[in-house]
Design a protein around this ligand. Structure first.
Ligand SMILES: [Zn+2]
Ligand SMILES: [Zn+2]
Length: 122
């Protein structure tokens, strides 16, 4: 699996943020924009992570940069890239199940988690 999340140990990891646009959104032609965070030791690894996820999920990359340089975004927490369930917090490598709610960017490891989330949050 290509997703390298923090804790692999070999290289010092920097936290990065990436903004994607999902053009297939029902919200309108401009699509919906969302921010994800992930760990990478350097620019090239970050670039690679950002692009492979964009390809896999069919997203447009708007920008990405180190979180400590992200000003307004620095003190906020964002969902991780490609694979932590919003509901049970489990890491997964499979295609995430998105929340059925159009304005919600949560992703889940299973339909069960998605249903739990929906009944509690929406
Ligand atoms: Zn889950
Ligand atoms: Zn939701």
């Amino acid at each position: 699996m290509k997703n390298k999340i923090a804790g692999d140990g070999d290289l010092p990891q920097e936290k990065w943020l990436v903004a994607y646009r999902k053009s297939s959104s029902k919200k309108g032609p401009e699509g919906s924009v969302f921010v994800r965070q992930f760990f990478a030791p350097g620019y090239y690894e970050a670039y690679d992570t950002v692009l492979s996820y964009a390809e896999k999920m069919n997203l447009e990359v708007l920008w990405f940069r180190e979180k400590r340089r992200c000003g307004q975004y620095m003190n906020r927490d964002f969902p991780g890239l490609g694979g932590r369930c919003t509901w049970c917090n489990r890491k997964f490598d499979t295609e995430p199940i998105p929340c059925g709610q159009d304005d919600c960017e949560s992703e889940f490891c299973s339909r069960e988690c998605m249903k739990e989330h929906s009944s509690h949050r929406h």
